[in-house]
Unconditional design. Structure first.
Lengths: 267, 342
């Protein structure tokens, strides 16, 4: 389709710039992973190969507790936000266009547009009032906050899937006397499942990685893995942090790969 | 799925019991609290301490100020202590409940930011000085001239940590002013000295323990605890200098929050950490001095004699507690720092 002579990958310097961008993106991460296997207690001087820091991170009760907390929050937020996002996606696509649709679309995706720190400060103040008023300090606040900012990430793949699904299948089901519920259960939902799974995994990863909002919303004893790592900043880092990061990276890569495989167009 | 919901419900339920018997919520800098100390405290009192991390004074302040944070104790830096008091976020301590309050070393009792220690008790303290590899430079290291009038041996080999208050204050004291001065003449001189010296620095970066140990840097403005580790890693080549023109001292202190729910437990903990043996445990973990008289006897052997931790008598007088900087002084400081970053 492109005009002859205007293919971007033929432009001079394309390879150099692309290579440079990839190096900048991945070299620091590769360094981090390499030094997680460092034998000495330095994050910059190599002291031989060792799994010592994985051992240490694994035996660290704080790291374990933070990991459990991250998982509980991540799974809860993923389930809740994906459920809400599925309903929202059905409501905004499986019908004729209506007045205010764009407005609703923007409202749903608001967490993508508003800077995270603004949301964090707003939640800090709002939940602060709630915590005083109710006396409840539990994980519920973190789950609620994570659910809220995960919704657009779950919503986008589900909506994309719905838009690529032919409405005539559902119309055909209705023609064959399927009730609306039967149509949804037997036709729409199975077709939509990959989109829902993809949305849930993306939401989980986003929740797992969150720092700013968690730091502001957490109550006593509610450090998640990322806020725990942030807390180590003031004193010297040891490769233990690299080891934790590498494991976190591993989980993220596995989930993102699954996300890619599920959303890939079948040719 | 049902199991997950049940597990979640249990976690949610247990979290509401934060104010239950035998609990304490400590809000502290990350990686700053000795786990052995907490284990010993739990063994002696049956009180379980939950530690939550923060990485800056401002985050801690913002969270507690918003209310309902659920913490009992917080550990702010000296210059923030008056802010916590002024905002009414902390309680005045009932000293009758703290028999070990008498253990606070005399020089840490009547401090400017909390005279008589009515609101805060010492956690740990340290200083900002100059770390120099004496193999590279053999001259006087107890002066800010090392980084402000860089000797030829160190040109292009000295680092400066990117801490505005520490660095500008060192320069202000070097030109004969007081830290956080609002005298434009003094601040102008400090600015000129810093800008003239900057081309001779290799970088303005953190990570001095590493880079001094492996020889990347021959010198750096640095904290005492970090320099001690670098000295041990280089078999004594790296030494710590206390600038005679004046050097900043920092201290983090424990305070009891106004909305603490576990007040009795908090008093027990505050009293517990002022026992010399326990204070030494705090130091042994994070490698800074603690401000409790008699704790030296319980310190790890390598800290008892460390010139970075035990300030030599002749350098004590030059140590300065940085005041809480406001108004014109802060304005000048920020302006100089911005220019220095260009």
């Amino acid at each position: 389709m492109a005009k002859p002579g205007f293919e971007i990958n033929r432009l001079p310097g394309f390879a150099t710039i692309a290579l440079g961008a990839f190096v900048l993106l991945y070299l620091p991460i590769a360094t981090l992973v390499v030094y997680s296997f460092n034998g000495s207690n330095s994050v910059a001087t190599w002291g031989g190969f060792s799994l010592h820091w994985y051992d240490k991170a694994w035996a660290n009760a704080d790291v374990k507790a933070a990991t459990m907390r991250s998982l509980i929050i991540g799974v809860s937020a993923a389930v809740l936000s994906t459920t809400l996002a599925t309903l929202a996606a059905l409501g905004t696509t499986r019908r004729r266009a209506f007045k205010g649709q764009t407005f609703i679309y923007v409202m749903i995706n608001q967490p993508l547009m508003v800077p995270e720190i603004v949301t964090a400060v707003a939640l800090l103040i709002f939940f602060g009032i709630l915590k005083v008023a109710t006396g409840y300090q539990g994980l519920g606040y973190l789950i609620a906050a994570h659910t809220a900012f995960c919704i657009p990430f779950a919503y986008l793949p589900i909506r994309a899937r719905l838009e690529s699904m032919d409405l005539s299948l559902e119309t055909a089901a209705a023609d064959l006397y399927a009730s609306p519920w039967q149509t949804f259960r037997r036709v729409t939902l199975p077709l939509l499942a990959p989109g829902i799974m993809a949305g849930a995994m993306l939401a989980f990863v986003i929740s797992l990685d969150d720092v700013v909002i968690t730091e502001f919303v957490k109550s006593g004893g509610q450090d998640t893995l990322p806020t725990y790592m942030l807390g180590q900043l003031r004193r010297a880092f040891t490769p233990e942090v690299n080891a934790i990061s590498t494991m976190l990276l591993g989980v993220t890569v596995v989930l993102l790969t699954a996300f890619f495989l599920l959303t890939r167009k079948k040719d | 799925m049902r199991h997950l919901l049940a597990a979640t419900a249990m976690v949610l339920a247990s979290a509401t019991l934060a104010a239950a018997e035998g609990q304490l919520q400590l809000y502290n800098w990350g990686n700053y609290t000795s786990p052995e100390l907490l284990a010993k405290f739990e063994k002696e009192t049956g009180i379980k301490v939950t530690v939550t991390d923060y990485d800056s004074n401002d985050v801690a302040l913002a969270k507690v100020e918003a209310g309902g944070s659920g913490f009992d104790l917080v550990v702010p830096s000296a210059s923030y202590v008056p802010i916590w008091v002024e905002k009414g976020l902390v309680q005045e301590l009932d000293l009758t409940k703290l028999p070990n309050h008498k253990n606070i070393a005399p020089e840490w009792l009547d401090v400017a930011w909390d005279p008589g220690r009515k609101y805060s008790v010492p956690w740990q303290w340290g200083s900002t000085g100059i770390a120099v590899n004496t193999k590279v430079y053999g001259g006087d290291i107890n002066t800010s001239a090392v980084f402000l009038d860089v000797p030829p041996e160190l040109v292009g080999k000295i680092n400066v940590v990117p801490e505005m208050i520490d660095i500008v204050s060192l320069a202000t004291m070097y030109v004969g002013g007081t830290a956080c001065s609002d005298d434009p003449e003094v601040m102008k001189k400090a600015r000129d000295v810093l800008l003239a010296a900057k081309p001779n620095w290799i970088s303005m970066d953190y990570g001095a323990t590493e880079r001094l140990s492996n020889g990347d840097w021959a010198a750096s403005v640095n904290w005492n605890g970090s320099t001690m580790r670098a000295r041990m890693a280089t078999n004594g080549d790296v030494q710590y200098g206390y600038p005679k023109e004046g050097y900043p001292i920092f201290m983090d202190s424990v305070m009891l929050l106004q909305d603490a729910t576990n007040v009795e437990e908090a008093y027990k903990f505050i009293d517990f950490i002022m026992v010399p043996e326990n204070a030494a445990m705090i130091s042994a973990f994070a490698r800074y001095a603690n401000g409790i008289a008699g704790s030296d006897a319980f310190m790890p052997e390598d800290m008892k004699t460390a010139p970075e931790v035990v300030v030599p008598e002749e350098h004590k007088a030059a140590g300065v507690f940085l005041p809480t900087c406001t108004g014109k002084g802060l304005e000048y400081m920020t302006a100089i720092w911005t220019e220095l970053q260009k």
